[in-house]
Ligand binder design. Structure first.
Ligand code: NDP
Ligand code: 2IT
Length: 444
């Protein structure tokens, strides 16, 4: 059995009931085959792949808090510190009822390679809890965040591990967590990113993931002699990534006709009204059913359906495995030309393969959504030098990072004979830097 197949089999055996983690490992290791086969003896001797797929540390803890009725609630908190070869652990905190160890491990594993691709000195980590912020009062969210941070604070620090936002964790949650960390430790340091602008946050971090997604798509189209101007786009999700992806797509001349949330989706033939979307989701924290009040020409549908709309470009920006083989078939039948992942692993493996086989340009999340964590690393730099850069300065650095990232993955794919396969390109380019750093640091 090849080394790659052996390690995949071991991961499945040793981590039962973690299907998302298996999926992420399979995707990465399968596309590293060409590199691993060429170095099989050395990699095997050093158990390099076993070390890559095993987190350096995983922390699981109880999070008790008191709800508004006086009832004690208990959630589970996680932080997986996956790989620190190239820098302090870096990655978001997800707050969603679906969170379990396997989900956090898949996200942490992806984060290693994503962070490497940014070109910045950040290792891979991820955390979160099965707490659901939906429908909770601000006081309940604060109580949870303070309890969560009381335990998490023992394991993180500006030079050790720097968490940030993800699904369910936005500016409000980061604020409560930062306040509790500072109170416990008595240190004002850049221990979290995505902070508010009045206490060390970076301009453009809020926009960064969505904007970065469009910068890389724009560069890819340019390199294929095309442009975003006049393209029709389907976006899924209606959260941080989806909102700013929609905004930047429209600034670059495309028309976004869909958004979705966990209960339904919107089709707006005139192009999504970003101001309305922001008010519904960022201010009111309401459902997309409200969108029709702002745009009477739009349609609201219950359930799933964004990928059935005829578009040129699809940008999944909600959650994992939201674009499956049937969705890929519908997109291809409607003539889609590009799919880029704003979310982490939103496309199933068979759907990715189908899209690629049918000539669709496909940029995987670890490249396409890297603008968020890259800008988090810029926030860390600003915190270290105790300065704040202008919006334009951060945005222009973000754009450079995404353009370089595109060429990096494109070149890696070409170098190994997989021209146009950005999955292979991203995994190889991300992996090579981490392996180099791991080898230099000995068996640790
Ligand atoms: P938000 O919580 O801001 O928004 C998530 C959106 O996706 C919401 O509209 C939510 O619906 C929808 N959604 C979440 N879970 C599900 C689900 N199980 N089924 C259907 N819809 C769902 O999160 P973000 O925008 O920050 O994150 C979106 C994706 O992007 C995630 O995969 C995240 O890991 C990834 N990502 C985020 C980055 C960031 O900087 N924030 C950086 C890189 C990647 P509802 O409104 O009903 O809750
Ligand atoms: O998946 C991701 O890259 C994020 N949620 C952002 C992580 C970060 O540290 O900014």
């Amino acid at each position: 059995m090849s080394y790659v197949d052996e390690v995949i089999a071991k991961v499945i055996e040793q981590n039962p009931a973690e299907p998302e983690f298996h999926q992420a490992v399979k995707e990465v290791l399968e596309s590293l085959r060409v590199v691993v086969d060429a170095n099989e003896e050395a990699f095997r001797k050093d158990a390099l792949l076993e070390r890559i797929v095993n987190p350096e540390r995983q922390i699981k803890f109880r999070v008790p808090w008191v709800d508004d009725k006086g009832q004690v609630q208990v959630n589970t908190g996680y932080r997986v510190q996956f790989n620190s070869a190239i820098g302090p652990y870096k990655g978001g905190l997800r707050l969603h009822p679906s969170v379990n160890l396997g989900i956090i491990k898949f996200l942490g594993f992806e984060q290693i390679f994503k962070n490497s691709l940014t070109g910045l000195p950040i290792g891979g980590g991820k955390g979160g809890s099965d707490f659901d912020p939906k429908g909770k009062s601000d006081r309940e969210v604060m109580a949870f965040c303070q309890s969560f941070m009381t335990e998490l604070s023992k394991y993180i620090g500006a030079d050790t591990d720097v968490p940030a936002g993800d699904i369910g964790t936005g500016a409000r949650e980061i604020g409560y967590m930062f306040g509790q960390y500072k109170r416990l430790k008595g240190v004002f340091e850049g221990v979290l990113t995505g902070k508010g602008l009045t206490y060390g946050g970076s301009l453009a971090r809020t926009e960064a993931t969505g904007y970065g997604l469009l910068y890389i798509v724009d560069e890819m189209l340019k390199c294929h002699g095309d442009t975003l101007k006049g393209k029709t786009v389907a976006v899924s999700g209606a959260g941080n990534v989806a909102i700013y992806a929609t905004q930047k797509a429209q600034q670059l001349g495309a028309k976004v006709v869909t958004v979705s949330d966990s209960t339904g989706w919107v089709y707006d033939p005139d192009g999504i009204d970003v101001a309305a979307l922001k008010e519904i989701k960022e201010v009111k924290r309401a459902r997309l059913t409200e969108y029709k009040n702002y745009r009477p020409n739009s349609e609201y549908h219950d359930g799933k359906g964004v990928w059935t709309v005829k578009v040129d470009i699809a940008l999944p920006c909600a959650t994992q495995n939201e674009l499956n083989l049937d969705d890929a078939k519908a997109l291809v039948a409607n003539g889609v030309m590009a799919v880029a992942e704003g979310a982490n692993m939103p496309t199933t493996l068979d759907a990715t393969e189908y899209l690629q086989k049918n000539g669709v340009y496909f940029i995987p999340g670890k490249a396409a959504n890297a603008g968020g964590v890259a800008t988090s690393a810029l926030e860390m730099s600003q915190n270290s030098e105790r300065l704040s850069w202008s919006f334009e300065e951060v945005d222009s650095k973000l754009k450079d990072i995404m353009v370089n990232l595109y060429h990096n993955i494109d070149d890696a794919a070409k170098k190994y004979g997989f021209e146009g396969n950005y999955v292979v390109g991203a995994n190889i380019a991300g992996f090579e830097k981490v392996v180099d750093a791991m080898n230099a640091q000995g068996i640790v």
